[in-house]
Design a protein around this ligand. Structure first.
Ligand code: MOS
Length: 730
């Protein structure tokens, strides 16, 4: 199905199942331990061998020699694979470094060997017996230093619109500040894990991966085998956040180890290996300049961002929202990319906007203060309904001001004291902060197959994944709505490359695109059902388990007696996203208390108001947003990969030292969705929301801390050592 004109009225608009608060249909499997995760495929493979990865002990250089003889003789060892016996290993389309390194070493903990043994403990013990002699080379590990030699990234040209320099020089009120965000880790619950099984020359990988078709292609490319000979199976995923968008080392090592040992092999990265072996969100340095008239109209915006990556890697696109979020005639946007020999930087939840808004939305708060304006009002008067650099191109929908106003009213924003450090609650300095949220809505083609069986049940098959987001449920809701079936009459099968290729889970495009693909397949199936029932497909209506035209009503059960009726299709998006700017919007509000004596910062309450098209399932959408707010609170207060600048690795590589938020850190969260259906986005009229929630929230926390204390911290995370000595004297 081509989608190249705005959606008109369609069966989803009934919203008898879609849009209703619906608990996750996969919840019972996850909470009873019966959902098979990649490392737990006892169902397909009762007697696996165990793989253990050896990671490089240096960040850059070469392996002079590698001696596996002692390890090979260790108890239980079945195979050891290194670059010497692996055969050629290519770099995947979505990787920058080799997933099995050697002799060249590109980053710390790059895999250099897999040991396969009868037990996990034997594999781990044997890995310790591999002797590697490295020749260390000098590397660049410090972004602040490398910044000077950073260059314009390929395909990411500077943007000049109007005349920034003149407008900025003429502006009566200006801001010029630099902000930094640290390297961050996805820290998802389930580690990277894979079980590999070879069937002749065919490889089946039970793995944990967000993007099945990309992954299938990259496994094939890396190993040099045809894509048709690779099957990826990933029905349950314990979180990804972008860390599992791409095939990682453990999948390739499992395949190599299994081929060498001639046995199924399973491997999970140990937590301390994940931080340096896999990807992370790169640190940024961001300089922002804003000029405005005395009454608060922005006239000049400049945003420059520096980040680093391995050669061939991408920048953290921290300026992307600054092209679109606020009005203003003159704009200068630039990104610079430095070569760093740290582990590969790559996508992490809302790559670009999450880090970019951490800076921009503090800058907006600072600017409002300089103007003597309320920060809600300052944002509202700089709203734009069109792409500021292409006024002929409107936003498909943009209710940002409504988010701001709704949030301010619900949160009690009018009680905020604009004088920082003025409000105390016993020994706690308290403050309110807010920020705008912005995240683009991406559309990717997405396919599905839907079958009706003889019992009248619908079975949906697509290689879409559910990374904890609720895909199973919204896909079931979509098929139920389209076919007029109750939800429990729909089975959803996901995450298998044997199924039609979907958009996958990433960039908050999964919900809208994958359900639109199921919609397209259901349109085909409705035609097949109507034809089988001898009804006019154009007039057929589907409700209560029946297909009907006028008073002729045929039950779906029994229609497929001679074999399943099948609808298969792919939603193909045309150029609507070129003609309209598709984005999602929100407003975050936060109250904090900062202990006047110890500097301890505590979040007291958070509210997000979201404008993200039709909400397919308010239960899972809310979970997405509160999870994202929690992650953003971590970005504000605790999360930082600490770079060892001498040896080039992340020193805090476990969850004891890389601190993510826990329940006790987040006492109260509320999410409000504005009603909306965006006919430009897809037949579902939905948009993404899972990444919108992390956009802007860290700045709202930062602004609340400023309001509480009067101390402005521009370097994340905002730990108390950065402001303790400047707290107001009690
Ligand atoms: Mo997201 S960072 O595209 O999984």
């Amino acid at each position: 199905m081509k989608f190249d004109t705005p959606a008109t009225t369609n069966p989803i608009d009934r919203m008898t199942v879609v849009g209703r608060p619906t608990p996750r249909i996969d919840g019972k499997y996850k909470t009873t331990g019966t959902a098979p995760y990649a490392y737990e495929r006892h169902d397909v493979n009762a007697d696996p061998a165990y793989g253990y990865m050896l990671g490089a002990a240096i960040a850059k250089g070469t392996i002079r020699s590698i001696d596996t003889s002692e390890a090979e003789a260790a108890p239980g060892v079945r195979a050891i694979v290194t670059y010497k016996n692996s055969g050629p290993i290519a770099v995947g389309r979505f990787n920058t470094a080799k997933l099995l390194g050697g002799p060249e070493i590109e980053h710390y903990h790059q895999a250099v060997a897999i040991v396969v043994a009868d037990t996990f403990e034997q594999a781990r013990a044997a890995a310790r017996l591999i002797r590697v002699d490295y020749a260390r080379a000098e590397g660049q590990y410090d972004l602040a230093q490398a910044k000077a030699s950073a260059t314009m990234p390929k395909g990411n040209a500077d943007v000049q619109h109007g005349d920034f320099a003149t407008a900025y020089a003429a502006a009566p009120v200006t801001l010029d500040e630099t902000y930094t965000t640290p390297d961050q880790s996805h820290a998802m619950m389930e580690p990277m894990a894979s079980t590999a099984v070879w069937d002749g020359d065919e490889l089946i990988l039970y793995t944990s991966n967000q993007m099945i078709d990309w992954g299938r292609g990259d496994v094939a490319k890396t190993l040099g085998i045809p894509k048709e000979k690779v099957r990826l199976v990933s029905p349950y995923i314990g979180g990804g956040f972008g860390g599992k968008l791409f095939v990682r080392a453990e999948a390739i090592l499992a395949a190599l180890g299994s081929r060498a040992a001639k046995r199924p092999v399973k491997i999970a990265l140990a937590r301390p290996e994940i931080f340096n072996n896999t990807t992370h969100r790169p640190a940024t340095i961001q300089r922002i300049r804003i000029g405005a008239t005395k009454d608060g109209k922005i006239t000049a915006t400049a945003h420059e961002a520096w980040s680093g990556n391995l050669p061939g890697g991408d920048p953290e696109g921290a300026t992307s929202q600054s092209k679109l979020f606020y009005a203003g005639a003159n704009r200068s946007i630039a990104e610079r990319l430095a070569t760093l020999d740290l582990p590969e930087g790559n996508a992490m939840r809302a790559p670009g906007e999450a880090a970019g808004l951490m800076a921009l939305e503090i800058a907006m708060d600072e600017m409002a203060e300089k103007l003597g304006m309320d920060p809600v009002e300052f944002r509202a008067i700089n709203d734009t309904q069109v792409d500021p650099m292409k006024p002929e191109r409107p936003f498909s929908q943009r209710h940002f001001v409504e988010c701001l106003r709704t949030g301010a009213a619900k949160f009690g924003w009018s009680r905020r004291n604009a004088r920082p450090g003025a409000v105390r609650d016993g020994q706690w300095l308290t403050g309110l902060g807010m920020a705008g949220a912005f995240r683009n809505n991406i559309v990717l083609d997405s396919g599905a197959r839907v079958r009706l069986d003889r019992a009248g049940r619908a079975i949906v098959e697509t290689d879409m994944t559910d990374i904890g987001t609720g895909s199973y449920t919204i896909i079931a809701q979509t098929a139920a709505e389209m076919l007029g079936l109750p939800l429990d009459q729909v089975d959803v099968r996901l995450g298998d490359s044997a199924f039609p290729v979907s958009a996958g889970s990433g960039g908050q495009f999964g919900a809208n695109c994958s359900t639109a693909g199921v919609y397209a397949a259901c349109v085909k199936l409705r035609e097949a059902i109507a034809a089988k029932a001898g009804l006019d497909p154009a007039a057929a209506e589907f409700a209560d388990g029946h297909v009907a035209v006028g008073n002729r009503k045929v039950p779906l059960a029994g229609l497929a007696d001679a074999g399943d009726l099948i609808g298969e299709d792919t939603i193909e998006f045309g150029d609507l996203d070129k003609r309209y700017q598709q984005s999602t919007f929100g407003a975050h509000f936060v109250e904090v208390g900062v202990n006047a004596f110890t500097g301890e910062a505590r979040i007291r309450r958070m509210l997000a108001v979201c404008d993200a098209g039709r909400i397919l399932n308010p239960v899972s959408a809310r979970s997405q947003v509160i999870g994202a707010m929690t992650m953003g609170a971590g970005a504000a207060l605790t999360e930082e990969l600490v770079v060892d600048k001498r040896f080039g690795f992340f020193a805090n590589h476990d969850l004891a030292q890389y601190e993510v938020m826990v329940h006790a850190d987040i006492p109260h969260q509320e999410v409000i969705f504005l009603d909306g259906a965006d006919p430009i986005s897809s037949p579902m009229k939905a948009k993404g929301v899972g990444e919108l929630g992390i956009c802007g929230i860290a700045a709202a926390v930062a602004n609340a801390i400023y309001n509480a204390t009067g101390v402005r911290v521009r370097d994340y995370p905002i730990t108390l050592d950065k402001y303790l000595d400047r707290l107001p004297v009690a």
